[in-house]
Design a protein around this ligand. Structure first.
Ligand SMILES: C[S@@+](CC[C@H](N)C(=O)[O-])C[C@H]1O[C@@H](n2cnc3c(N)ncnc32)[C@H](O)[C@@H]1O
Length: 411
């Protein structure tokens, strides 16, 4: 799959123009020549904001989107990666079906609510997805209008995002953007709700209430995407938010990543050391790569955690047995070690003798952590074979013979 900025667009937003407008705002390149001093200055602000987000939250000013440095740093180094996170997640086969279901009948107006929208990163992400699905599925019916409920406490960033979007729209499209300061003030029910990298900025005790309030204004068949950073703290908190959301909303069908509606086995409520996160590799746009050179950040791999839900889904998503929530990794192979004894005694599929034979395989044994349809964690075992394509985090696992040798994990 190509990156969002490589999608050939012709329906809603001219993505090539959007990228040019973004480049022009930063002004880092002048006739293909980079302005070094400017790039270094932006990179230093990016580094500061990155540290505040990821290392010392106590230093993050609540109004970072309103200060010149934080604002510019966000546009330079956070906006496009977040668009790509949304785009790359939603264009996966397992999610496309739900999005297409919104366009099977004619819609006067598609309403997108982008909570904590910042420069409208989530909105651009979903518009890129729409460009993609409408270009490959000609049976879908284009909405006549699009309305965006842009919820954010910062006027400055929404204003910027709105200008960048409006400048890049195709002429024939009617898109309205309404700036709203809090979810309670939303008046139009939505078809799509996005909460991208915002819940971690809201006090824990208010998160579920805010999410449920947004969801109560989602149309039947509508979609909700919550995305958070991939680090332990945020991914675990999203697991807890998911548990609260599921218990309050029976009609929320999880499209991905979970294979189940039970409690998340990796939320803050569990004692497990692992957490549920995913990643996406992309071709970093050259301006971001240049800023990275000075800021020493690396954007080749985008990490995140997420939850994608449909209200009363039209048809349940393709069923699968489990999701790989780790990459394949080698495990210590000592035939009688307590860990191997535990797995041997807790096999849920496969034979003990076969498992013990695998353990003795001289090439080594690899393990993959799975989150199953029953909401349990399991380990799956494969012989380490460098000629085989390894299992990657995020892969859906079918039951049949795939990952035949499995054992219960401690919760
Ligand atoms: C990290 S930015 C995310 C922006 C965008 N969604 C993205 O992923 O690039 C978080 C945004 O949420 C906004 N925000 C945080 N808490 C908010 C709240 N309680 N109400 C409205 N906006 C809020 C901030 O102003 C900021 O623009």
């Amino acid at each position: 799959m190509r990156n969002f900025y490589e999608i050939e667009s012709k329906f809603f937003i001219n993505i090539a123009n959007y990228m040019n407008n973004w480049e022009n705002y930063l002004g880092i390149f002048d006739n293909n020549t980079e302005k070094k001093a400017l790039t270094q200055r932006i990179a230093s602000h990016v580094q500061t904001l990155w540290n505040q987000f990821n290392q010392d939250r106590s230093k993050l000013d609540k109004h970072y989107m309103n200060t010149g440095d934080g604002f510019q740093a966000y546009i330079a180094s956070f906006l496009l990666p977040n668009i790509e996170r949304v785009f790359s997640t939603l264009v996966r086969d397992e999610n496309i079906f739900a999005i297409e279901s919104l366009f099977l009948v004619e819609k006067d107006e598609l309403v997108i609510t982008d909570f904590g929208c910042g420069p409208l990163s989530g909105t651009i992400g979903i518009l890129s997805v729409l460009e993609y699905i409408f270009s490959i599925n000609h049976k879908l019916i284009l909405p006549k209008k699009i309305h965006i409920n842009a919820i954010d406490r910062s006027d400055k960033i929404v204003d910027f995002g709105k200008k960048l979007l409006t400048k890049s729209l195709f002429e024939s499209v009617v898109v309205s953007v309404e700036h709203i300061t809090s979810p309670e003030k939303v008046t139009k029910n939505s078809d799509v709700i996005l909460g991208i990298n915002v819940f971690n900025e809201i006090p824990l005790k208010h998160r579920a209430k805010t999410l449920n309030s947004l969801y109560s204004k989602l149309n039947n068949g509508g979609l909700l995407l919550v995305m958070e950073p991939g680090q332990e703290e945020h991914a675990k908190s999203l697991g807890t938010l998911r548990n609260e959301f599921i218990s309050a909303n029976n009609d929320g069908q999880i499209i991905s990543p979970c294979a189940h509606r039970k409690n998340c086995p990796l939320s803050t409520e569990t004692t497990r050391k692992d957490w549920c996160w995913f990643r996406h590799s992309w071709n970093t746009p050259k301006t971001i790569a240049l800023i990275d050179k000075f800021s020493k950040l690396d954007h080749h791999e985008l990490n995140f955690s997420y939850l994608f839900v449909q209200k009363n889904s039209v048809q349940s998503a393709e069923t699968f047995f489990a999701r790989s929530i780790s990459d394949e990794f080698p495990i210590e192979i000592k035939a009688k070690s307590p860990q191997i004894e535990y797995f041997k005694n807790n096999l849920v599929s496969g034979e003990k003798e076969e498992f013990l034979k695998m353990v003795e395989y001289e090439g080594g044994l690899n393990k993959i952590l799975l989150c199953t349809k029953e909401g349990e964690l399991e380990s799956a075992f494969v012989i380490a074979d460098p000629t085989q394509k390894p299992y990657r985090r995020g892969r859906r696992v079918k039951l049949d013979s795939e990952l035949y040798m499995r054992a219960k994990e401690r919760n």
